[in-house]
Ligand binder design. Structure first.
Ligand SMILES: [Cu+2]
Length: 110
């Protein structure tokens, strides 16, 4: 019973993020995934800034972040797909691809 409304809420939230993305794009940083690497090895951001991950490869990628043991997963990103994530909490995030363990990035948020 509970799972369906929850799923719908998640989809709505996803659409909302997708639709409102251009309005805060000034503040967001673009990182591409190409050649099984992130285009940046390290980023410094202010809390609340977002990163737009764009898959510019011909293989699927995944992005997840870890801070203080807390994991946030953006899911699978097929070629040409993009996903944005807001870094709300200050600290050092490790950013990884679940498919390619060598893809690594560090995001420092203050
Ligand atoms: Cu990957």
């Amino acid at each position: 019973m509970l799972s369906t409304p929850y799923k719908n809420a998640t989809i709505c939230l996803g659409l909302l993020v997708a639709c409102t993305a251009p309005s805060f794009s000034d503040d967001s940083v673009k990182v591409t995934q190409k050649g099984k690497q992130f285009s940046e090895k390290q980023l410094s951001l202010k809390a609340g800034q977002s990163v737009l991950f764009v898959n510019d490869d011909n293989v699927a990628h995944n992005v997840y972040t870890i801070i203080k043991g807390k994991k946030q997963d953006l899911g699978l990103q097929k070629p040409n797909e993009e996903n944005s994530i807001a870094f709300e909490q200050s600290g050092t995030y490790r950013v990884r691809c679940a498919i390619h363990p060598k893809m690594k990035m560090v995001v420092k948020v203050e």
